[in-house]
Ligand binder design. Structure first.
Ligand code: SAM
Length: 399
């Protein structure tokens, strides 16, 4: 019976569950132990570590902080709190927690390197990039990583955690050293909130050329990307055959298998040579063309019955030019389907360099040339542990 189980029993059961990967059970056990004995430091630590294991980093911080605040908390408890704070983007708090651990016993190599990064990133936030990077080697010691690697990671991490001014300062530092870096140039604009209405072609090309080798594994295996299949199902609900199909921003050709059911001639267009090479290797296309999407549509009036743009218009903010060009390239009655990342109305440039769109904006920008057939909410893919909400849109070109 529940009331015969002591706090210590709950703690032991929770530790076993945690070690065996039964995290929900472990969290419940640690919480019960704490409800009976709120001073049980091991239960606070266990609860925090269990949230870390399930990547619920925000929930992990409070119990880890309580554990580290208990009298005589050992160095490792401070180091656990430091790890939790790092994963939530509190770099100053992380560095301080590691420093409390180091006051009790020397940090292990990994902890020392994480401390050096956290202190470097927090100095970027509160001080300057030069100051932060000049101090990094002494903090990291013999295993110090190259300063360029640290700066690249700082830009990404500071951006992800919303430290936009610091990320922009690091981006400017990197760009000054390598002015031809198209990826950095655009991402600096994105994180600085610059007014740009689409990702520039040199960025798209460079980004996807460098991403091409890992794209399928990242998107399908790790991020659970399934938009092409679902988009094809929506299309199939309206027509089962198309004579000429355009896979716009075809990437590595993930949509080709789902498009095969429609018969017809399949053309793939993409800016990135690296992505097109993978699409060619996958097969399923009658023609693959390296071109900019809007320019290609403009150059092919009345050439297609289905234009299929999966995870592609996220590189456009203003969609008016794309819709006009799609209307021109589609035959009357032809279908245009696209996926967007869900956002506030209108369109928004995100710090990732992608754009989000409001559904009403997409319907409105399609204008009188298209009839809206369907809009469906979908979890597009994952980012970290969270699903990225999106919308699949299906339009018919009016006769
Ligand atoms: C996230 S990938 C999606 C690829 C594929 N449609 C899929 O669903 O797997 C986006 C692709 O769009 C391409 N792209 C982005 N903007 C483009 C543009 N303006 N013209 C042509 N291709 C573009 C990129 O090169 C990239 O291959």
């Amino acid at each position: 019976m529940t009331d015969e189980i002591s706090a210590e029993d709950w703690l032991q059961q929770a530790v076993v569950a945690s070690n065996e990967g039964r995290h929900a059970e472990a969290q419940e056990g640690f919480a019960r132990a704490l409800s009976m004995d709120p001073s049980l430091g091991e239960a606070m630590l266990g609860l925090g570590l269990s949230y870390m294991a399930t990547r619920d980093f925000k929930d992990a911080v409070a119990p880890l902080r309580q554990a580290a605040a208990t009298p005589d908390a050992p160095a490792i408890w401070h180091a656990c709190l430091a790890q939790g704070l790092y994963m939530t983007g509190d770099f100053a708090g992380c560095a301080e927690a590691f420093e409390r651990a180091a006051a009790l016993e020397p940090l292990a190599t990994n902890a020392r390197l994480t401390h050096a990064r956290a202190r470097t990133f927090s100095t970027m936030i509160d001080g300057s990039v030069d100051e932060a990077l000049s101090r990094y080697p002494a903090l990291a010691g013999e295993e110090a990583e190259d300063i360029e690697v640290i700066a690249r990671e700082a830009f990404a991490v500071l951006g992800v955690f919303g430290h936009a001014p610091a990320a922009a300062a690091v981006g400017a530092w990197r760009l000054a050293r390598n002015p031809d870096d198209h990826i950095q140039a655009y991402l600096l604009q994105a994180v600085s909130g610059a007014s740009v209405d689409r990702a520039p072609a040199p960025y798209v090309e460079a980004h996807f050329d460098s991403f091409a080798d890992n794209f399928d594994h990242q998107l399908v295996d790790l991020l659970n990307y399934r938009a092409p299949e679902r988009m094809a199902e929506l299309v199939a609900g309206h027509a089962d055959q198309f004579a000429d199909i355009l896979d716009l921003g075809c990437g590595t050709g993930l949509s080709a298998p789902a498009l095969a059911q429609f018969g017809g001639r399949l053309t793939g267009v993409d800016l990135s040579r690296g992505m097109l090479d993978r699409a060619e290797a996958r097969g399923g296309y009658d023609l693959l063309v390296q071109a900019e999407a809007v320019a290609f549509l403009d150059d092919h009036p009345g050439a297609f019955d289905l234009v299929f743009a999966a995870d592609m218009v996220i590189y456009f903010g203003d969609l008016s030019g794309l819709f006009q060009a799609a209307e021109k390239a589609l035959r009357p009655g032809g279908v245009f389907t696209l996926s967007t990342e869900a956002g506030a109305d209108g369109w928004t440039l995100l710090s990732s360099g992608r754009f989000s769109h409001g559904d009403a904006y997409v319907a409105q920008v399609a204008g009188s040339g298209f009839e809206l057939l369907e809009q469906e909410r979908i979890a597009l893919r994952h980012e970290g542990t969270a699903p990225v909400e999106g919308t699949l849109h299906l339009f018919k070109r009016r006769a």
